[in-house]
Design a protein around this ligand. Structure first.
Ligand SMILES: [Cu+2]
Length: 143
């Protein structure tokens, strides 16, 4: 086989191998939190993760300068009582859009240094197993 044949054969392989790097990262958007009453030390954040990266990933941890710790929770109703469970590693399939919304998935902030005031915003970092740190700005709303 000539050198010319080899180079043509290599083209599809190179595209395939480069694809995850081109496809990039899960898109985190529409982040918001409800304003908190004075003295409150916990808050919930809602957002959307659109995994356009072309590969499954996992959300492993979160951090924000406004809270001492944060966790992913899922609210479910069992025997008529709403309960929250922590999800230590949230699996996000390739192509999946994960919606965090009141009554379901949410991010819980603990140890708020001050109340969240409507109209303000704060930073939140999501740490994915493969995509690494994905920052998002959270808008505080009245409702
Ligand atoms: Cu919670």
């Amino acid at each position: 086989m000539s050198a010319r044949h080899w180079s043509w054969a290599a083209v599809p392989l190179v595209f395939f191998m480069a694809w995850p790097a081109i496809a990039g990262k899960p898109l985190v958007s529409a982040a918001w939190a409800r304003a908190t009453p004075p003295g409150a030390t916990v808050a919930a954040v809602y957002l959307q993760i659109d995994n356009t990266s072309g590969r499954a990933d996992r959300l492993l941890s979160l951090s924000s300068p406004v809270a001492t710790s944060s966790e992913v929770h899922r609210t479910s109703v069992e025997d008529g009582i709403a309960r929250m469970r922590e999800i230590s590693a949230l699996h996000v399939a390739a192509g999946e859009v994960v919606e965090f919304a009141p009554g379901g998935l949410h991010i819980m902030l603990f140890g708020l240094s001050k109340p969240l005031v409507a109209g303000q915003s704060f930073a939140l970092k999501l740490v994915f197993e493969l995509a690494g740190v994905q920052p998002v700005t959270v808008i505080v709303r009245e409702d």
